[in-house]
Write a protein that binds this ligand. Structure first.
Ligand code: SF4
Length: 206
């Protein structure tokens, strides 16, 4: 059986850097940056640029949607987790599935599966549902063990490394309140993402 032609929804250069090598077994694949959830504008541009830069360095085919519309995102998702994150996954994977179908790919996947901060069960479920709407395959693999490698690669390549998940709410959740105490000799790392709160099945996330 032929390997599927793959469209890779890509949230940022950091997560893409983690999984470029395993993705190469698909032969040529295409990166798709579509993340209307990222705010504010300069943060959005930094992440889009990191995908441009990595795609150029690695000679990857890439489609980068650089339209920024915070009002549209904030007006179309619930504002509290977990429903907000479920709607956010849905929005991005729905658009990816539609583009994959339009352009003749047979499968799609997402770099969200390389992040330890996302709700993997929800991402996989929504990915399968959106794939089924178009007769596509959602390629699912647990790439979380490669996350540390993504950080190292991003550092080595000078790619932007974000400090929070993406939306304004997640920026507030990451930074408000007392700063976490740093023990001597340790690094602060990671951000509070969806996975810390989620187990709910997503009613109303679409
Ligand atoms: S916290 Fe992350 S996954 Fe959840 S809505 Fe915000 S950007 Fe999307």
């Amino acid at each position: 059986m032929n390997e599927p032609t793959l469209l890779v929804h890509t949230c940022c250069g950091l997560c893409l850097a983690a999984i470029v090598d395993p993705l190469r077994r698909f032969g040529r694949f295409t990166v798709y940056f579509y993340n209307p959830n990222i705010q504010p504008l300069l943060e959005f541009r930094r992440r889009a640029k990191s995908v441009h830069v990595l795609a150029e360095q690695q000679r990857l085919d890439a489609i980068v949607d650089e339209r920024y519309d915070a009002k549209a995102f904030l007006g179309s998702v619930p504002w509290d987790r977990p429903q907000r994150c479920l709607a956010c996954y849905r929005m991005r994977l729905r658009a990816t599935a539609a583009l994959a179908a339009e352009k003749g790919f047979s499968a799609f996947t997402t770099t969200l599966l390389a992040s330890g901060h996302q709700d993997h069960e929800a991402v996989r479920r929504i990915g399968r549902e959106e794939a089924a709407r178009h007769g596509l395959r959602f390629y699912e693999e647990d790439w979380r063990p490669l996350a540390a490698r993504g950080h190292e690669e991003a550092k080595r390549r000078g790619l932007y490394r974000q400090q929070y998940c993406g939306c304004l709410f997640s920026e507030q959740e990451r930074f408000e309140g007392p700063r976490p105490r740093r023990e001597a000799g340790t690094r602060l790392h990671g951000y509070r993402g969806a996975s810390e709160t989620e187990s709910a099945e997503g009613g109303g996330e679409t």
